[in-house]
Every structure is written in structure tokens, then in C-alpha cells.
Design a protein around this ligand. Sequence first.
Ligand code: ADP
Length: 685
Amino acid sequence: MSIDQRATLELLYKVSREFATALDLKTVLQRVLFAAINNVGGERGSVVVMDDNGRAVDSAIVYGNQVRENTTVQLRETVERGLAGWVVRSREAALVPDTSKDERWLRREDDALERSGAKSAICVPLLAREKLVGVLTLVHPVPGTYNAENMALMQAIADQAGITVMNARFFSESQRQARVMTALAEGAVSMNASLRIEETFERILVQTRQALQVETVALGMINEASGEIIFRAAIGDGAQYIKGKTIPARGGIAGKVTGDGRGLVIPAITSETLLAEAEQLEGRARVMACAPIHAQGKVIGVLEVFNPISKSFDGDALLVLTGLGSLGGTILQNAQLYERLDSARRRYRDLFEDSIDPIVISDLGGYVQEANTQAATLAGYRPDELNQFLIEQMHDVNFEKVGRRFEHVGSSAVIYESILYNKLGEQFPVEVYARKVLFDDVESIQWIFRDITARKDLDVLREDLAAMIYHDLRSPLANILSSIDMLDGLISNEERENGEAILRIARHSIDRIQRLIASLLDLNRLEQNQPVGEKQPAKPAELIAEAVEAVSHAAEGRNQRFLVEAADDLPVVLIDVDMIRRVLINLAENAVKYSPLESEIQIVAQLHKGWLQISVQDSGPGIPETDRERVFDKFTRLKKQDGPGGLGVGLAFCRLAVQGHGGRIWIESAPKQGSRFIFTLPTST
Ligand code: ADP
């Protein structure tokens, strides 16, 4: 072994030991450069590290014994187009004795021939396990300095350096990943600490500023309706200029980022590239990065960071920012949901307290949990005193409706009338609405007790009124009728003709009043589900004849004729005769009222599937399809100008009376053919 070879071996041994003690990529790169310059010779050197995709990810430059500040971006050009680029592509070492004579030497402006003259250069690839991990370049100011021997030494150093650089690169990558993970993990912990939206904004901003070491952080949310981005929060220098600002839909960098759903780094802000954002910091923004805030696969806003303390963003900045954006999105959405829920809950509480109705909330077992002031007042307790009362202690629960264990109470209300008891044992009539609700997130039953004292009082009044009509109107009417009968006997023979006509009018009028009173009283009774009066057998033909007779006077006045079709052998019906007679008279009276002068009214009685069916057909205006059910409701009168007067109780009475007998009543009416009212009664056979 020659002395030279020994020296080389020693050198390599030293170099490899030196390399091996460092793991930090920057330190390794500097050591490699110093080793090369010191042992091969040269004025300056550079080393560029590439990732697996051949992208320059780190670098170092040394001038003499000085480390130069540089950015990897500056070196990219050399790696892409210069001598280093050739080495990268060919994976071969290059010896350039005279840079002015070699095409591969990229001449930058600061390296013009007349400024720095011709030089000598060596450039070697750094390989590890067949992979290219970087390029090492040495430059000597005197052309022709480097020779094959220098190149061999350089190659030997590069062989040692390759694996060390790769390890250091892995180490720095894993460290960066660890940093990203730590930033995100810390962010997650801190951001999750609150559910209040404003506080969550603040936490996201603080975490982002801490993780990325920037002057200013801003957070914008997309307005779903307009698409605008509204900056809801900002911290750091000039935050006051950003907060509250709005960027039009798709505008600025934020608009681009939300549109693409991907983050962006803007290394140098100019007024043209970024209208919205450049304005935001009143011209102070120099460098920025912006990432979307994602929630459930949707972009809901942006996170913007301005002016890193270290002047530029490293390769992980966007990764961290994007991670924080995604994290923040989920947390923001939760906060939004929580806030909505909270306000819904508050609204319910307000409604609960402000309601004019007494409301009690019980658990599903019927134990009172809460009562509003109205309920407490009505029951005569303080609201807290009612807690732990059983709902059945407060009122008579209709268990048939709600179920023994309240199992029939669902989200739509179960309604019943009941009695509520107060502390003194007094009773209040109430209408109860029981419904399942979520009260403070717990499934509960809401009981609304509507005080119906006033309505009940009215019912009593109505009953009193009915009784009054019955007694105080009916008996005087009967007296009038008997007076008329007596008058009849007193009329002299000469005045008989005129007198009888007058008396007949009086009798008809009294009949009508009596029928009206009887129908009103029946209506009242039937509405309360009371049975019809005593039933007696009646012949349909006779019934119809009596009804026609009752309205004959009115029909004669209008020159109308009744056509009756009712066979004598129709089966007998068992009915409250007076009531059904009044039904027929009502229908016949209406037919007279609504048919034109000199028209015909047809009444037909027939047997149909075991039922007696009676129809009254007029030739009036008819009744539109939409009203055919409604006219049977109480006090319903179809709007017609100049139509005959009435109360709107006649048909309501007819329906209840017919149904009270087990029958049915309905209308058939073709346009311009009048109306036909039909009702059925069960036959006694
Ligand atoms: P009233 O006749 O006292 O108004 P009813 O209950 O008998 O009350 O009738 C209710 C409404 O039905 C009437 O106001 C009228 O609009 C309509 N109606 C009843 N009978 C007829 C008919 N034969 N032809 C047309 N409309 C009718």
C-alpha cells in the first residue's frame, strides 16, 4: 500500500467517523462539505439533498470556512439545469477543469465570466443503496486545478457521505413528522377543550400561531347562502384589520383555496396576485399560507397564516396548517351544533317559563321534574315544591288514553279533559295535552294544563239557557196556541172566512217556532250523545204526508208542487216520530226556500238493501261538491247574496237526528239539477 493510499484510507476512516456522529441533516451536510473542501481543496462547495421523487429538499453552501445562508429553492435551478442537474440525470461524476469551456456549467448572473472568471469544478452524485440522495459540488477559482486524483478522492468521500445523508434525511423526515404530529395532537387537545364557538375560534388561532410561528392568523367561515367568506376571528399583528372583513364568493386566495379544497403557500405577496388578502393586513402581508377548513367532507372555511417569524415557511407548514384546518373544522361543527342545541334549549326554557299555560315536566315514570310558574300558581305550590310529586297527585290522569305506564304518550299530544287539584283541594277543570319531549336532553313527558274554567262556565250557561228556552218559551207558546183555539170558537159566522185564514197563519208560525225550539233542544241533547226520545212505529207514507202538510202553506205561497212517491206497503219504521217528522219538514222547507217559484219538489220513499231511504229533490241552485259535508255542520250557511235567511242549524239537527237513529244522510247534486237530500232509517222488520 502506498503512502498515498494509506493517507486516503485514514482520511476516509476519519471522515466516516465524523459523519457517523451526527444525525441532524444540516450538520451532516456541513461536515461533508468541510471534509471535501479540506481534503480535496477548493474555494466553495455545495450539497443538495433530494427526496425519493428527485425534488431538492435541503441543501448547504460553504464558502471557505463560512456556512452560507441559502434557501433550497435557490439551488433548485442548479439542480434542474446546471452541472448538478447533469450529474443527477446521468448519475455519474463530472470533472470540469475549466467551467468557461463546459456547456454543463450554468452561468448565473452573479457568476458571469467577467465577474468571477473561469473556474474548475467537480460534481459527484451521493448514492445510497442505489438511490440518488444528493449531489456534492466543489469549485476552485483556478481553472485546471482539479484532476482525476481529486475526483477519485471526492468520489470516495461521496461514497461515505451517501448513506449518512440518507440516514440524516430519514431522521429529519421523521422528526418533521413528529413535529407535525405533535402540533396536531396539541391542537386537538386544546381545541377540543371548549364547545363555545367564539372560544373555539380563539383556540384554533392560538394553536395555529404556536405551531407555525407566524405573526398573524385569521379564520374565515363560508356563508352558506351567499358563498362569501367572513373573517370571524384573527389574532396577531394587524388582526384588527382582518376581523369582520368579507371576501366575495370565490375571491382572493381564500376563495381559491375553498374552491379547490386544497391549501396554498404564497411565498411573496404582491398586490396583483392577491387582491383580497393583500388588502387585509393593510399592506403588511409578505408571505402567507392558506388551508381549507373541512367538516364532513365539506369546506366550511379557511385558515390563513401570515408572515412566518423565520421569513419563509418550511415544507411542513402547509401540512400542519391543513391538518389544523381539518381538526378545527370538526370541532367548529360540533361547537356550532352545540350552540344551536343550546339556543334551542334556551328557547324552550323561555317558552316553558313564559307560557300562559301551566306546564309540568315529568319523567317517564310520572314524577314531576319541573313546573313553570303558571303550573305552580294554579296548583298553589312553589315550583320546587312540586318536584317529586306524582303527576296523578296533581290531576286525574286518563290512563285509558295515556296508558298505564304512559306508553301511549308519543311526540304528538294525547288530549283529554280532566280535573286539576290545588293544595287546598280545590278543583279546576283542565284540558290536558301530554306529549313526549326532550327536556335538558332527557326523554320526558310534557303536561300542559289548559284551564277551561271559562269554557265550562259557558257550557253551564248554555245548558241554563236551553232549560230557560224549554220552560220559559215553550209553555207560553202552548198558551198562545190554546188561546188561538179558543179564539177559533169565538169567531162569528160572518167573519169565519177571514178569521180562519188569519188563525191558520198564526198556527203555522207557532208551529215553526215550536219546531225550531224542539230542534235546538234536540241538537243540544244529541250533541251530548244522549239517546233519541221514545221510539214508536210509524208509516213512511204518513210521515211524508204530515211533513208536506206542514210546509204546504209556504209552498202554496210560491206556487210550488210536491210530488210524493211513497207506497202504502213500505215497512213500518221504529222512530222518535216527532223528531224524524221535523227532519223531513226541515228538508222540505229548505227545498221550498231554495227552489224557484212554480217548481216541483219530489219526495220519494223506497226500500233499499233493507233500509228505508227517503229523498227530497228540489230544482234549486244545488250544492257544490266541496260544501256537501260542511252544510251539515252547525251554523254553516253557504254565502249567497239575497239568499233566504236562516240560522244554519237545520241540517246539523237533521244529521244528528238521523245518526241518532242509526241512519245516514247525504247530498247528491248535479249542476243545474237542484239538490237531492237522502237519508236512511233502519226498518223494524
Ligand atoms: P238554514 O237553512 O237555516 O240556513 P240549514 O242547516 O238548513 O240552515 O242549511 C244550511 C245551508 O245549506 C243553507 O244556508 C244553504 O246555504 C244550504 N242549503 C240547505 N238546503 C239547501 C238546498 N235545498 N239547496 C241549496 N242549498 C241548501
